[in-house]
Design a protein. Structure first.
Length: 271
């Protein structure tokens, strides 16, 4: 095992233990705390990527603060969500209107920054806020583990299958190292993992549910991975950060999990 893979494995094991401890022993506060910490870190990484120059520090700060406020509002004050979202939009629009008033013919650039800011806040703040929502569901202590289990098993299987058997590129422009063979391996790995989870922990799942969750969860997780790759390509960066040894940034580690959260929530709630 090479040094890079060893570092990835050790970091992953430590991270999984910490996440399990927060979810299992944190009771009502563990999952919201985990979601908010990861949300803040991801917002920080996103806006550092987006606003890389010192003169853009104000835009960076406003994006992080409003994004974190949005996530906190969704998690703790869902009943005030309509009013809160309205205040968010108005505040952000006024902020960029003031910037435009004092700008030097940078209107197109400012409007692009506004669009990227809105996209980032909704991508990160809204999707992280699904973790506590899943935990609050009936049998949520079982469902919440699938939010992490499916994408991480899919990622792991896709990595090893793609590395050994990968030939055909999945999306060369967005993520040139991902392969179709790896994606199929990810689907198989996630599905087998859900079946094992049924036998060991969540016996109420039917085999049809295992198949749907494994296949659908892996596909949506891989799309989440590709979406973050699209962001990094657009912003010309390799990793979102360096805070997690061997994995890059927080957003790099949770990109697939972000898309899986709503998938598990809507399945558990409505199907």
């Amino acid at each position: 095992m090479d040094a890079t893979l060893t570092r990835r494995v050790v970091t992953a094991v430590i991270g999984v233990v910490l996440i399990l401890a927060l979810i299992v022993y944190g009771q009502n506060w563990g999952t919201p705390l985990l979601a908010l910490v990861c949300c803040f870190g991801s917002l920080w990484e996103y806006f550092v990527m987006l606003f890389a120059f010192p003169e853009q520090m104000l835009q960076k700060g406003v994006g992080i603060i409003l994004g974190f406020a949005m996530a906190s509002l969704i998690i703790f004050r869902a009943g005030f969500l309509y009013e809160g979202v309205s205040l968010f939009f108005i505040s952000l629009f006024i902020f960029y209107l003031v910037l435009a008033h004092f700008s030097q013919n940078r209107l197109s650039q400012l409007f692009s920054e506004l669009a990227f800011t809105l996209s980032g806040v909704f991508y990160i703040s809204f999707l992280f806020s699904f973790w506590p929502k899943v935990r609050e569901l009936e049998q949520g202590s079982y469902w919440i583990f699938l939010v992490f289990l499916i994408p991480w098993l899919s990622d792991t299987a896709a990595y090893f299958v793609g590395k050994s058997l990968g030939r055909q590129k999945l999306s060369p422009l967005v993520s040139p190292h991902k392969t179709v063979e790896g994606a199929i391996g990810g689907i198989l790995g996630a599905t087998l993992g859900v079946v094992l989870y049924k036998f060991l922990i969540f016996s109420e799942l039917s085999f049809m549910a295992c198949f749907f969750l494994g296949v659908g969860g892996s596909i949506i997780s891989q799309l989440g991975d590709l979406y973050e790759s699209l962001i990094k390509r657009a912003l010309h960066v390799k990793d979102s950060g360096v805070v997690i040894p061997g994995h890059g940034g927080i957003l790099d580690r949770f990109d697939s999990v972000l898309f899986c959260g709503p998938f598990i929530y809507f399945y558990a709630r409505f199907i």
